[in-house]
Design a protein around this ligand. Sequence first.
Ligand SMILES: C[S@@+](CC[C@H](N)C(=O)[O-])C[C@H]1O[C@@H](n2cnc3c(N)ncnc32)[C@H](O)[C@@H]1O
Length: 179
Amino acid sequence: MHLAVNLPLTVTVVAGLAAAVLIYFLFLLAKNEAVFVPLPQETIDSMLKMAEIRSDDVLYDLGSGDGRVLIAAARNYGIRAVGIERNRILCWLSKRAIARNSLESKVQVVNADFFDQDLSEATVVAVYPSQKINDRLESKLRKELKEGTRIISADHSFNFHEKDRRKTGHFWTHLYSFS
Ligand SMILES: C[S@@+](CC[C@H](N)C(=O)[O-])C[C@H]1O[C@@H](n2cnc3c(N)ncnc32)[C@H](O)[C@@H]1O
């Protein structure tokens, strides 16, 4: 108690915030929810290369985090990209990054749960939430995706026919072509 009173206010506030963030992450982990873990840029680049993107593709990133997958897709391949992210702060940060890259006409971020969104427009789907979420997503993808849609999944797999699998750094990326 004495120590806390003597500590400068800023240190106490920062320590309090850090503890709150830690408790939040532990809470999400305890619920086995996917938290924001950004993929390395080299893995993002490899995922997009594996998908053999065409100019008329529309990429959906399910759990788009800070928007780097969307930005790489729009900037490097010129395609339209839609991110679905339930975390409001990450949505705000990704919209700022999209604006900094002048990609507002190509990239859209929806603040929502991807289980509640219609995914049928996608021709390429990127996912990196958790194995448990992939397992839940499978039936939705089967129902909604068009034939020929590619799914690129970082680190976790699906029970679809795997077309390719590559490793960058610590991450395996799986490519599925939907039929
Ligand atoms: C492991 S991060 C991946 C972030 C980004 N796609 C990347 O590759 O760097 C997973 C993201 O999915 C989001 N997420 C998890 N479940 C979700 C859901 N049901 N709907 C929307 N977003 C979700 C989390 O908030 C988190 O930002």
